[in-house]
Design a binder for this molecule. Sequence first.
Ligand code: ADP
Ligand code: MG
Length: 333
Amino acid sequence: MTKPLLEVKNLCVDYDIRNEHALPWKSPQTLQAVKEVSFTLGAGETLGIVGESGSGKSTLARAIVQLEKATGSILWGGDTELIGLSRQQMLPFRSQIQFVFQDPFASLNPRLTVGQIIEEPLTVHQPQLSRTQRRERVRSMMHRVSLLPNQINRYPHEFSGGQCQRIGIARALIVEPRLLICDEPVSALDVSIQAQIINLLNSLQKEMGLAMLFIAHDLSVVKHISDRVMVMYLGKVMEMADCSVLYKQPSHPYTQALISAVPLPDPQQERSKKRILLLGDMPSPLSPPSGCVFRTRCQYATTECATRTPQLQSTGNSSEHSVSCHFPAVSLS
Ligand code: ADP
Ligand code: MG
């Protein structure tokens, strides 16, 4: 059996929160942003990561490249433990793991031309290339993301949001990474542009054999790009399954609520579908509910949910389908 490209086990990230009005000798509060997250990702595979804002998706992504201090294990390529590596030791892996961010404008340096922006990672990670070779790679990458060669000397402000995201994708892919982490790459774009960017990422992924972690806050965005989907809530994994299984047989009430919020293309089906509303707001991550973290917003919660913490377990439907709930799949007809 081939080893997975990425194997994350029991990953936890805590932030120390110091209240500026607190007495100086008081110890800081701990915010557990990511709690015991485990998953594997094979070469060329896409895992969608979904959850409302604040569920720990970005923290998880940053922890994988050691931008956040984490505990647990992150095994890269089957043999390298990334946790604990210094910035210098991370450098070769940083070129293999690239990011595309949510805000295309903010993530591009406004003082550099498009050509310079896309070229920059090459100068860091492949210094042996000559200037001509670098420019050649930039032109070819621009072509692959459907930017015109004559746009190479333009500045980011001359581009639309969708085009800026193409620049961000070209910059991430120019060093030919093995894993692309897309953190809400289409959330800031118009709906009409979102599909174009998702299609572009899909076709580039196939061409280049890339693995992807694709983060989004709603399930409709990851549906067409993911092989598997992981649903997070308050730092924890609520459910994980193959894409086809998750959308057909969601077992966790939170996944069911997220799916019921996805609009259906057929107006008749859309009108008649069962909608599951989430109760109230997400609780403060500084004082998460006891037992099941989702219970305060769950319409099926019982006293047991307040006292016993559910573990992520296989549903029995398929070995790849796991859910963290005492009463999975109680609804949805
Ligand atoms: P998401 O990407 O799912 O919206 P984040 O990973 O950004 O979630 O945040 C998860 C939790 O961690 C949130 O409660 C957020 O407020 C908190 N958080 C994120 N970054 C920091 C930080 N640098 N310091 C303290 N708390 C943080
Ligand atoms: Mg985020």
